[in-house]
Design a protein around this ligand. Structure first.
Ligand SMILES: N[C@@H](CCC(=O)N[C@@H](CS)C(=O)NCC(=O)O)C(=O)O
Length: 214
């Protein structure tokens, strides 16, 4: 039975899973859930996702949430090409790079957080943009330092794409969308550009998704 990915073209966490599926050459049914229209908050979505977040992957009778857990599941069940390297110390470092994006930047700028800032907390649109820029710069400064120290070239780790690249590229898209200057991050820009030259990343990008025009 085909895998089903409930996702949204602009969702960074969904984008990570689309990259992982493409890298592994796995086909899937794309099921769009319109986050901006609040479709994930409708009662019909409740049985799919207890936390009302995308993406959700249905496969082999399982319903999986949390993009990093989904990617690691795919890596265990479909081991080639590997998203996580073979030895424990390299794996820990790739996971750390991934989490620097997925735990330290992305959640702070998630839709519901931004809505809470401009809604109940009464912040202005310009304060929201300042908040977004602040947390992306904070995270990217740290990532740029680490990647440069380690001599990262075309990818975040080693000479193949890993989970860390699947996290970094969507975060760069989000930075570009909010017009965050990437001038101070040459290593991040180089990795992003190289990843985007690969089909697996290119085909997963928001503008290629079936719901992009919605
Ligand atoms: N840690 C989660 C984050 C999932 C997440 O925040 N998804 C966003 C889209 S990128 C979402 O569904 N947001 C809905 C909202 O904020 O209301 C993961 O990695 O899957």
């Amino acid at each position: 039975m085909a895998m089903k990915l409930y996702n949204y073209f602009r969702s960074s966490a969904s984008f990570r899973v689309r990259i992982a599926l493409n890298l592994k050459g796995l086909s899937y049914e794309y099921i769009p859930i319109h986050l901006a229209k609040g479709e994930h908050l409708l009662e019909a979505f409740a049985p799919l996702s207890a936390d009302r977040l995308l993406p959700v992957l249905e496969t082999e009778g399982l319903r999986l949430s949390q993009s990093l857990a989904i990617c690691e599941y795919l890596d265990e069940v479909y081991p080639e090409p590997k998203l996580l390297p073979g030895d424990a110390s390299a794996r820990a470092q790739v996971r750390a790079l991934s989490q620097m994006v997925a735990c330290e930047i992305h959640p702070l700028n998630n839709l519901r957080v931004l809505k809470h800032l401009t809604g109940p907390m009464g912040q202005s649109e310009s304060a929201k943009i300042e908040w977004i820029h602040h947390w992306i710069h904070t995270g990217f400064k740290a990532l740029e330092t680490l990647l440069t120290e380690r001599g990262a070239k075309q990818f975040c780790w080693g000479d193949q794409p890993t989970l860390a690249d699947a996290c970094l590229v969507p975060q760069v898209f989000s930075a570009q969308r909010f017009e965050v200057s990437l001038d101070a991050y040459p290593t991040i820009r180089r990795i992003h550009e190289h990843c985007m030259s690969l089909d697996a990343f290119d085909q997963a990008q928001p503008s290629r998704c079936p719901d992009a025009a919605a």
